[in-house]
Design a protein around this ligand. Structure first.
Ligand SMILES: NC(=O)c1ccc[n+]([C@@H]2O[C@H](COP(=O)([O-])OP(=O)(O)OC[C@H]3O[C@@H](n4cnc5c(N)ncnc54)[C@H](OP(=O)(O)O)[C@@H]3O)[C@@H](O)[C@H]2O)c1
Length: 251
């Protein structure tokens, strides 16, 4: 898919991967709808990108279905259609199950899982009417197993990945494409507080570029870097006692 002149909505566009994607897409002359909670950052980015393309922003908390509905309606009012929705907003922090906290866990699920699914509710009727559309869901390689210290994050991402997979198969007959993005570590605020040693961390521009090229090629699955694709494929099939032994070392 050529992205020039396509209307692309991005959630979590104020920082990190979403912001970097917005910059790359502006250079490709896509028309942009930028969503996040931090209005100041969105406004700054919008001003920066205005010289490249048509861009608009809206304050939107993806955990709030009314906010999501409003943002989509405003995007349609502005541009008349939405071609691609990049559902990228996400949060992650480490939390041990021994210190289980329902509110913090719910916040992760509400953002990473329902914060994407609310968009399905409002976008699918629009995409059906347009007879085309693309949903790009940003999941994570952490979807592969339940790593210690990240039960809420890993499970929110594995639910998202599984939901995206069913959707991809079901929606293809309506010409609605679904792409799953599974990044490894990317150098953004999200990973700044990780205490464990991270290897093969990608810079955010590079990560955004890989996502963009994957969208253009309409890949079903965009995952990077290759070393983590390989490692997580192995980890997925490790017998439980070996998985427990190895992961307990990093607990
Ligand atoms: N960085 C990594 O290593 C990595 C690896 C795998 C997957 N990912 C995934 O990539 C995505 C982007 O992460 P990132 O690394 O770019 O993180 P980031 O730099 O922390 O940015 C997160 C973005 O999500 C937005 N956001 C958070 N809660 C939101 C809410 N309730 N409503 C609307 N927007 C919200 C934030 O904007 P506001 O605060 O302004 O709302 C921000 O723009 C996430 O889904 C993450 O799980 C990241």
């Amino acid at each position: 898919m050529k992205l020039r002149d396509k209307v692309v909505l991005i959630t979590g566009a104020s920082e990190g991967i979403g912001r970097a994607l917005a910059i790359e897409l502006a250079e490709e002359k896509s028309k942009l709808v930028l969503l996040a909670r931090n209005e100041e950052r969105l406004s700054e980015l919008t001003s920066e990108l205005k010289s490249y393309t048509d861009v608009t922003y809206q304050k939107c908390d993806v955990r709030n279905p009314d906010n999501v509905k409003d943002s989509i309606e405003k995007a349609i009012k502005t541009f008349g259609r939405i071609d691609v929705a990049v559902l990228n907003a996400g949060i992650g922090y480490r939390m041990k199950v021994i210190d289980f906290d329902y509110e913090r866990t719910k916040k992760i699920y509400d953002t990473n899982l329902y914060g994407a699914l609310f968009f399905f509710e409002y976008l699918i009727p629009i995409f059906k009417e347009q007879k085309s559309g693309m949903i790009v869901g940003v999941s994570s390689m952490a979807d592969v197993r339940g790593f210690p210290g990240s039960a809420a994050y890993c499970s929110s991402k594995s639910a998202l990945t599984t939901f995206l997979e069913s959707s991809r198969v079901e929606l293809s007959r309506y010409n609605i494409k679904v792409i799953t993005v599974r990044p490894g570590f990317v150098d953004t605020n999200m990973i700044k507080n990780n205490k464990f040693k991270m290897r093969f961390v990608l810079d955010v521009k590079n990560a955004a570029n890989k996502i963009l090229r994957g969208i253009e090629r309409e890949k079903k699955l965009i995952q990077f870097p290759f070393i983590y694709v390989l490692l997580t494929s192995l980890v997925k099939f490790l017998p439980v006692h070996i998985f427990d032994f190895l992961s307990a070392k990093h607990d």
